[in-house]
Design a protein around this ligand. Sequence first.
Ligand SMILES: [Ca+2]
Ligand SMILES: [Ca+2]
Length: 340
Amino acid sequence: MKIFIKTSWLKSLGLSLLITLLLFAAPNQAQASVTDTATTNSCPEGMVFIPGGTFKIGDDAHYPSEHGAEDVTVNSFCLDQYEVTNAKFDKFVKETGYITVAERPLSKEQFPNLSDEERKPGSLVFQMAEPGAKKIGYLSWWKWVPGTDWRHPLGPESNIKGKENYPVVQVAYEDVEAYAQWAGMALPTEAQWEYAARGGLDDATYSWGDQYSEKKANTWQGLFPVHNTKADGYQGTAPVGSFEPNGYGLYDITGNVWEWTADWYRVGHDNKAHSLEPTGPTKQDSFDPRDPQVAKHVIKGGSYLCAPNYCSRYRPAARESQSPDTGTTHIGFRLVKAIA
Ligand SMILES: [Ca+2]
Ligand SMILES: [Ca+2]
């Protein structure tokens, strides 16, 4: 998969493969009753206790990818209070010697037709459109930049010095799985993530209520991808915890960086096999019409690149698809831990 995607990019540099949307979903006969006796004391430091319950996943009033809203039930669990930071990821790398996907070159055997330059390690970096640009191609704001990785998230000249408390980015799904295994935790399912993001306001449009506010999360104000007014104070990522938490005490569950989930992606919610602790479609059933050859994971929450005129996905129900081998400047993660 990594190979397919990277090859595609390199062939058509700048194309459109990775960021996508759409979906389906499926009806479930929610019926479970949750019997939880756990308390906040059940969670490790830095994690928040999320009391289980039944809620409506998805939103039939917004993008097709969210349609097929359905009652589902999740049991109680613990969830990271913040997005995983550069400092935490650095600790993982120092202890394990882990090398992320973006730091690995493509092999000459697998890619005999690529030049040495094209096989260099790298990743995707967001680049704002030139002022006055008359024509801006879809997804043309993503550039493949050799030398980009989690320590150099905006290209080889960038670094994370002084940004220990910022969310780690440029991490592929394989990378966050390795981190989760090291941490003894797991990636949240989409249902767990969305339920937690709602913060108890299960029917609200946003994690804080029904009115959009540029002060509630790190998103993009202005005309994407041309002009960012930074009305919320940040053009790029913000230190975790810079905005108010939601009702469960979760910071940046909306905006800042998108967050990987364990679920495979399809358009809509019509493909869930069960209503209690739904886990989404199988990898084989994953399908993104915009990039049908690649099985993708669901990412949630939107990012500092989500603007009202484009990708208004700073909502709990909103979702996007992402190729597992693809880290970018605006995708990070947080983890769950089961209640003992
Ligand atoms: Ca912002
Ligand atoms: Ca986030």
